[in-house]
Ligand binder design. Structure first.
Ligand SMILES: Nc1ncnc2c1ncn2[C@@H]1O[C@H](COP(=O)(O)OP(=O)(O)OP(=O)(O)O)[C@@H](O)[C@H]1O
Ligand SMILES: [Mg+2]
Length: 675
């Protein structure tokens, strides 16, 4: 029985006893009134709740010790009595004295007054709270009201606890609402009982739509697992870092990390399941993009290394084949040599693509108007696309300039357009669009490899077959193709990727199966005049022969002996060195002038660049021609040659080499690398 429910019983008992005492005492022991009053006082004092008895006129007959303690008074001048030294108020602060007091009301109306809450103060502020019940007492014989009895229960502590609880609840619910983690709770059946603001944001359902229902965010194939965890938590288990794949209201999947814990009730029984959910979707995406770009980096390194070695081998193959062909073979022999030459040319093409992918190819960047490149390229492509494809070019009229290698950018556009065509065998639409865009920090933070800044965007969109996420994850890898044998090598996109990256840009794909594909390329916008720089075309030398002295430095035996042999055939005096040290020694000992240094860029110990610097210091007239299978940063900056540097890309043909050599020897300004 609670205190409140006990009060009427106590009151009734007190009233009856009081009445009994009053009547009996009055009749039997008139002479012993003083004695009887003392007995009553002791009797009332035995109660732990305050008791006040008034006569019909409102005079206080008794106030037990608990009542006096509660009201902070020592005498019997009580609530409702003039001159009381305490103040009694209702919960709303209004006075509960005089007629407003429950005792007065009980006397006035002859009806009991129950559960009135009073604040009692002997000063300010309020000090105690009590629950007051008052009952009228009638003379059973006459039915006339003789007394009114009030009981006062001190509820100060209870109110304090209630307020504290209320504050805690408020704090908790503010916390739940403010939490950046989604907070949800379920009852034992699995129905939602709590749904925080972050949960609304994360899943897209409002609290009013899910509370009281089974959670709609759990996809059917995930429900069993969740039920198992839910059951385990109801049995007292907890879980952290539980990764689940749920879904949002719009059907989009979310990857979540859940923490589950039991919610205990007052009797330590589990009354529900508390869930904290952190959204991992974005992080997972970024992680996988990062893994992807690391993989591309590693594959790029590998491809670059392979291309480098292949270029040396190909230089020898192409060179010797060319020498053999020069000897004018006939019949089958000539055919066989031409076959070798063709195969080597195809291998050269492949290695070039690998080099492009590994961002190690030599670029000749100029200021470009992407709109012009786009329309020229598409005109060039002409019928390659086919009648069944509708082409739309949407150029931005105020498009900024970019700095890139025109030939390479054309290659990228062609690769993308050909892929789009292949994706639309039954016909469709190809849209090429350019636009100035500003990538902000938010964009950059969600796209690995992207940086903030001003860019020129080229978007290539087709309405073709699209790609699954699995395919998208691999398209930039070299040799990844879904086309049948002989139809694709899988190098188109990897080349595009390498070219764009090497040009300081980024390339992204957006696609869904059967919904088409968009590739977006961002190249840094160059804040410069719109006039593109035209590179002067090198003059074609009249003769590729020469009588000058060439110092050839190449560590690859096959390439070195071929190069020397070719140069001697063309009339040159050739000095031969395997590395930088040997070259310095030869130069020192050679009395006659050396006209040109032909050196590999990548050499063991001393790089070609260092060697050239030292030799030019000793003889300022010396010209330098570098040769390499790939760029390694020592003579290039982001794939572009440093000014005043001449370079020949391996593999080269004997004709290509002798022509380039003459160009450098005949050029008016010596190709002296800056010191
Ligand atoms: N626009 C597109 N629509 C659908 N799938 C595409 C699209 N572009 C590329 N792909 C997919 O990406 C794969 C790789 O493309 P990539 O251009 O690198 O190689 P490829 O076209 O197969 O061969 P290659 O370009 O060397 O001839 C393709 O095989 C195809 O599966
Ligand atoms: Mg392709």
């Amino acid at each position: 029985m609670t205190i409140q429910s006990a009060i009427p019983f106590v009151l009734a008992a007190v009233a009856l006893i009081g009445l009994g005492f009053g009547l009996v005492a009055g009749q039997r022991w008139l002479g012993g009134r003083a004695h009887e009053a003392e007995r009553l006082r002791r009797f009332y004092d035995a109660f732990s709740c305050g008791i006040i008895v008034q006569d019909a006129g409102g005079r206080v007959l008794h106030a037990n010790q608990a009542a006096r303690d509660l009201l902070g008074t020592t005498d019997v001048v009580m609530a409702g009595s003039p001159g009381a030294d305490h103040r009694v108020v209702h919960e709303d602060g209004s006075s509960a004295e005089g007629d407003a007091h429950p005792l007065s009301q009980a006397r006035r109306t002859g009806l009991p007054v129950r559960g009135v809450v009073h604040g009692v103060s002997t000063g300010t502020p309020l000090e105690r709270w009590c629950l007051v019940d008052a009952v009228p007492v009638f003379d059973p014989a006459t039915g006339v009201l003789v007394e009114a009895v009030a009981s006062l229960t001190d509820i100060t502590e209870r109110r304090r606890a209630e307020t504290a609880l209320l504050n805690t609840t408020d704090t908790l619910s503010a916390l739940i609402q403010a939490s950046p983690l989604a907070i949800l709770a379920f009852d034992p059946v699995g129905k939602v009982t709590t749904w925080s603001a972050a949960a609304e944001q994360l899943f897209g359902w409002r609290a009013s739509e899910v509370v009281g229902r089974l959670l709609p965010a759990i996809a059917p194939d995930q429900q069993r697992t969740f039920r198992e965890h839910h059951l385990a938590v109801l049995q007292g288990q907890s879980f952290i870092d539980l990764e689940v794949h749920w879904q949002r209201r719009d059907g989009k999947p979310v990857i979540l990390s859940l923490a589950l814990a039991p919610l205990y009730g007052g009797l330590s029984e589990v009354r529900g399941v508390m869930v904290l959910a952190a959204d991992l979707t974005e992080r997972k995406k970024l992680e996988s993009q990062l893994r992807q770009s690391q993989k591309m980096e590693a594959v790029g390194q590998l491809a670059g290394g392979v291309a480098h070695d292949f270029n040396n081998l190909l230089t020898a193959i192409i060179g010797y084949t060319s020498l053999l062909l020069k000897a004018s073979p006939t019949g089958q022999q000539r055919e066989d040599l031409l076959e070798i030459d063709r195969a080597a040319a195809r291998a050269t093409e492949l290695t070039q693509q690998l080099l492009a992918f590994s961002r190690r190819q030599m670029l000749q960047p100029t200021l470009l108007d992407l709109n012009a490149v786009l329309s020229d390229t598409m005109r060039m492509m002409g019928r390659l696309l086919g009648e069944h494809i509708e082409l739309a070019i949407l150029p931005d009229s105020g498009l900024g300039m970019v700095r890139a290698d025109r030939g390479q950018i054309e290659q990228v556009i062609i690769n993308l357009a050909v892929n789009a065509r292949d994706a639309m065998e039954g016909g469709g639409k190809l849209i090429l669009e350019t636009r100035n865009v500003t990538l902000d920090r938010d964009y950059a933070s969600h796209h690995p490899g992207a940086v903030e800044g001003e860019f020129v965007m080229l978007a290539v969109t087709d309405s073709g077959i699209g790609m699954s996420a699995d395919i998208q994850a691999r398209i930039f890898e070299p040799f990844f193709t879904t086309k049948e044998r002989g139809k694709g090598t899988g190098l188109g996109l990897s080349t595009a990727y390498g070219i764009i990256k090497q040009s300081g840009g980024t390339i992204y794909v957006y696609s869904e199966p059967d919904r088409g594909t968009t590739f977006k390329i961002y190249l840094p916008r160059v804040m410069a005049a719109r006039s593109p720089i035209i590179l002067p075309a090198p003059l074609k030398p009249a003769s590729v022969r020469g009588a000058e002295t060439v110092l050839v430095v190449e560590d690859e035996e096959g390439v070195r002996s071929l190069t020397c042999r070719v140069l001697r055939t063309y009339g040159y005096t050739v000095l031969e060195a395997e590395n930088g040290g040997e070259a310095l020694l030869i130069a020192e000992q050679h009395a006659a002038p050396i006209h040109i240094l032909l050196t590999d860029v990548v050499l063991p110990r001393m790089s070609g660049r260092k060697l050239a610097e030292r030799l030019v210091r000793a003889s300022s007239k010396l010209r330098v021609l570098y040769m390499s299978g790939y760029t390694d940063g020592s003579i290039v900056n982001h794939g572009a040659l440093e000014p005043g540097t001449s370079f020949i890309q391996k593999p080269f043909t004997p004709e290509g080499l002798t022509q380039k050599l003459r160009e450098v020897l005949d050029s008016p300004d010596a190709s002296v690398p800056p010191a």
